[in-house]
Design a protein around this ligand. Structure first.
Ligand code: ADP
Ligand code: MG
Length: 212
């Protein structure tokens, strides 16, 4: 479902990432492990097409991301990839439902309020559609970010350190929500984390630290 071949990246000539070869199949759940600074976020951004790596090929759902121009890449990301970044990036002036509808619009998909309401209900946010982001708790805001990431039924769901700010109970809840949402879309799930609490709960691991 995604495939990395000879992917490397450098900032100011210092190499921060190197992946010889890595393949994940549709529907698999993966952890991307490694200590702080090992390149997890950089790799997640490369898989999302937010960052073009200095070298190598990133293929998602059969599409070589490097072959797409900026506009097509934005469209492709919107339709095929869901991302929950560390900063949630909700639009503060839009209510929750319109944050999700914006994700549909930016992906070039029809605005589907029914799908928005269905996703919000599935994340225990049924009564938050008209709330503004500042009216939410952190946990609720994070669930809105997950809702926005899955509203377009992505084939690849990426999350960057989704549990690092959470206590033990909420940590497991967030992980289970991501897994359930990925399973519902048959999406491949990749969670970048250095959170030891979730290590045993996801089947497949790719460890950037072990390869450094
Ligand atoms: P992780 O997510 O595993 O903590 P990152 O991918 O964020 O790692 O960072 C990997 C390395 O690249 C770190 O040494 C970091 O300081 C550096 N780095 C990340 N982003 C930038 C940037 N925009 N400019 C320069 N260096 C960066
Ligand atoms: Mg990071």
């Amino acid at each position: 479902m995604f495939e990395l071949q000879g992917v490397s990246h450098a900032y100011d000539e210092a190499e921060v990432l190197h992946v010889d070869a890595w393949q994940a199949a549709q529907g698999e759940h993966w952890l991307l492990l490694g200590p702080s600074g090992s390149g997890k976020t950089t790799l997640l951004h490369a898989l999302a097409g937010i960052l073009r790596p200095a070298a190598g090929t990133v293929t998602v759902a059969g599409q070589d991301l490097g072959a797409l121009g900026a506009q097509l890449l934005d469209r492709f990301r919107g339709q095929h990839i869901g991302i929950v970044l560390q900063r949630l990036h909700l639009i503060p002036s839009l209510d929750v439902a319109h944050n999700l509808m914006l994700a549909q619009y930016l992906a070039g998909l029809p605005q589907d309020r029914q799908r928005v309401d269905e996703v919000l209900a599935g994340l225990d946010l049924a009564d938050k559609g008209s709330a503004k982001p500042h009216e939410l708790s952190f946990g609720q805001a994070q669930r809105v970010a997950i809702a926005r990431a899955v509203v377009n039924r992505p084939q690849l769901l990426l999350a960057d350190e989704p549990t690092s700010n959470l206590d033990d109970a909420r940590c497991l809840q967030a992980l289970e929500l991501l897994q359930a949402q990925a399973t519902a879309c048959n999406a491949t799930l990749l969670i970048a984390t250095h959170d030891q609490r979730i290590k045993s709960r996801v089947a497949q691991h790719y460890d950037l630290g072990a390869r450094a």
